[in-house]
Design a protein around this ligand. Sequence first.
Ligand SMILES: Cc1cc2nc3c(=O)[nH]c(=O)nc-3n(C[C@H](O)[C@H](O)[C@H](O)COP(=O)(O)O)c2cc1C
Length: 210
Amino acid sequence: MTLIDNLEWRYATKKFDPSKKVSAQHIELLKRAIQLSPSSYGLQLYKILIIEDSTIKEQLKSVSFGQSQVTDASHVFVFCNYVKVTDEDIDAYFSLKSQIEQVNISDFKGYSDFIKADVNSRTLAEKNQWTSNQTYLAFGNLLNACSELKIDACPMEGFNTIAYNKILGLDKLGLNATVIAAIGYRSEQDNSQNTSKVRKPMENLFIEHK
Ligand SMILES: Cc1cc2nc3c(=O)[nH]c(=O)nc-3n(C[C@H](O)[C@H](O)[C@H](O)COP(=O)(O)O)c2cc1C
């Protein structure tokens, strides 16, 4: 199975080769993998910043515990979740759905009201948690797509969220930096590539009711 081979190949890259860049064509494929990710109700309540600019990367590194992946990687994908979820976000989804499916928007009224009631029953903290959960699904797809294209990646939560939100102007966009991925190509000197995968044995990971 190719997916398993890819998952065995990938590892959280600690040292990137700063001279190697991911091609524009591959960036488009990675964007497509993220775009195709499933999300709760299909709402896609997130945005992804793709940072290539070295000045911004330097700023981000200083609030990422100095992790060199942020500056040495070709691109940094910053996954951001919506902080609030409004009725307008749900209306925007149904407007798009009615256009794409060529269905009158009024046909979706019942379903739309149902989603609004569900979303509005949540506290702001719960909404934030919910949108951030969705973000991780798209994030996982990015990592898998990278491995298929033999692009290295480091998934990272080791950064100061408040500082990221400030540097990237996320607050005023109603966004919050959830998780990031530095992507590029491994340095030959990255020792992590030679270490064995540390994973729980199957019997500790699964409970099967047959
Ligand atoms: C959500 C998440 C956050 C992570 N944050 C960091 C990080 O800030 N820095 C880092 O070097 N690795 C980070 N990692 C990498 C993990 O330590 C790594 O995935 C795990 O040890 C398994 O190793 P492998 O990915 O090489 O198989 C993170 C991984 C995930 C999934």
